[in-house]
Design a protein around this ligand. Structure first.
Ligand code: NDP
Length: 454
């Protein structure tokens, strides 16, 4: 390692990808510093995956109390209370615990943590305030930040960042957008008793997911109290004494206590000085890198949300492992973006891996589609009108399973295992020869015998 620099590697951003890269590289003997201006753990730990999932648990419990009645429990309606500040405070305690774990992980690996905002002054120098630090390699792992469209009254619209610290719950809420964050937050709010309307500009939300999954989810969310309005968008928001009047593109107006936008996230590169150095950004604002995460400036690398690959923690972690190995290990390995499983923690959950039916039709020709829809066993006695759906997409000529999709409780937990099988190239015959675990919902994935469509 070169002594000509203060460090072998400076990582800018201590989120999922940055921390993994710093830690792995330090464990390989590199001298590493990580610069962070906000919080350790990045979006995932602080204002993303982790607190979101805690809120989803909290929100779903209301339904569990109701469902318990069918099983003989007395649940007096007038004694059920929910206290939002308690949920937020307990969530904050947990997040602080995780911040501490991240700090110890870095320190124990010998990584120097530098608090402050980084600016890359030249290809080997990072400035944090007045202080300059040099490194052989610099990696930008600064993540992404919510974007709210420019509409009059934009300043009244919250993003997911603020939702995690909301002082109190409103009676009514409008959620704007139709992606992961919108459906997850709509479910959280509705589950906690907030009268929630989700507005989406297109015909059907969750663009990019399998069509059946999108339709099925659209039929389930209203049963949980989420009002879906498609084909409309927000034109302006006006605030009067903490109440909001939302003017919509169809000429109607919604009165509400909170407006949240979940309309996508942009790469967070402000103030880094990348373009002045010759690092390219694409039209969407993402840092352009090659397959080795190298930018147009050879000593500068980037990974995670900032490069526009799927904005998922496990993707950033995997990229970090590949880059660390390339810079300080045996140099082997490339990132594999096939078969990335993902879950959306709306209620019920979505779990998905592999191709959608539309993608498979385009790339693989003749298919067999298997689909099953049923009432989960738990709800035979809870009386709840909730259904699950599972779908397998199989290439007819090879029998290979190309896609597995599910809407239902614990869909993410179930699909994770299927992702392993699909990485191994599992065929439908192998799914069929696998015994089910009875009685579970998951067994449906190995008992679907008749294709529903050619
Ligand atoms: P997404 O890109 O998933 O969704 C953005 C939504 O906002 C889309 O429905 C989009 O519509 C809509 N939209 C975009 N611009 C406008 C506009 N100008 N006016 C009206 N609507 C607009 O972004 P999210 O913010 O939901 O999430 C960002 C990413 O974070 C996700 O893609 C995902 O990778 C990650 N994430 C993952 C989670 C998980 O793993 N469970 C949870 C949360 C986030 P259209 O479809 O028409 O473009």
């Amino acid at each position: 390692m070169s002594e000509q620099y203060d460090y072998d590697l400076i990582v800018i951003g201590a989120g999922s990808g940055g921390v993994r890269l710093a830690r792995m590289s330090a464990q390989r003997g590199a001298r590493v510093a990580v610069v962070e201006s906000r919080y350790l753990g990045g979006t995932c730990v602080n204002v993303g995956c982790v607190p979101k999932k805690l809120f989803v648990y909290g929100s779903h419990m209301g339904e569990d109390f109701q469902d318990a009645r069918g099983y003989g429990w007395t649940v007096p309606e007038d004694q059920l209370r929910f206290d939002w500040p308690t949920l937020v405070a307990n969530k904050n305690t947990e997040i602080e615990r995780l911040n501490g774990i991240y700090q110890r992980l870095l320190e124990n690996a010998g990584v120097t943590i530098i608090n402050g905002t980084a600016h890359i002054a030249d290809e080997h120098r990072v400035m944090v305030g007045e202080q300059g630090y040099t490194a052989k390699h610099i990696t930008v792992a600064t993540g992404s930040w919510p974007v709210t469209p420019d509409v009059p009254g934009k300043e009244c619209i919250l993003s997911s960042n603020e939702m995690f610290y909301l002082p109190q719950l409103p009676r009514q809420a409008v959620v704007w957008g139709g992606g992961y964050i919108a459906v997850e937050f709509a479910g959280i709010l509705a589950g906690l008793g907030v009268d929630t309307t989700l507005l989406y500009r297109g015909d059907l939300f969750l663009r990019g997911f399998d069509e059946d999954i999108r339709r099925f989810t659209a039929s389930e969310l209203p049963k949980k109290g989420v009002k879906l309005r498609f084909g409309v968008t927000i034109e302006s928001v006006t605030e009067t004494n903490g109440h909001y009047s939302v003017a919509l593109s169809d000429g109607t107006t919604l009165d509400t206590g909170l407006v949240m936008a979940a309309t996508g996230r942009r790469a967070l590169v402000d103030g880094l000085g990348l373009e002045q150095l010759g690092v390219q950004l694409n039209p969407a604002g993402h840092v352009v890198v090659d397959q080795h995460f190298q930018t147009a400036v050879p000593s500068i690398f980037a990974l995670g949300d900032v490069i526009g690959t799927p904005q998922l923690t496990p993707v950033a972690l995997a990229q970090a492992m590949v880059l660390s190995r390339r810079l300080f290990g045996d140099g082997e390995g490339e990132m594999d973006y096939t078969c990335i499983p993902t879950a959306v923690f709306c209620q019920p959950n979505i779990g998905t891996v592999g191709l959608t039916e539309a993608e498979a039709r385009e790339s693989h020709g003749k298919l067999r589609i298997y689909r099953s829809e049923f009432k989960p066993m738990k709800h035979t006695m809870s009386g709840r009108d909730e259904r699950s759906m599972m779908k397998l997409i199989v290439e007819d000529s090879t029998d290979r399973v190309l896609g597995a999709h599910m809407v239902g409780p614990d869909a993410g937990e179930i699909v994770q295992g299927l992702a392993v099988a699909m990485k191994c190239g599992a065929t439908k015959a192998q799914f069929d020869s696998t015994l089910g675990i009875h009685p579970t919902s998951a067994e449906e994935f190995v008992t679907m015998r008749e294709p529903v469509a050619p």
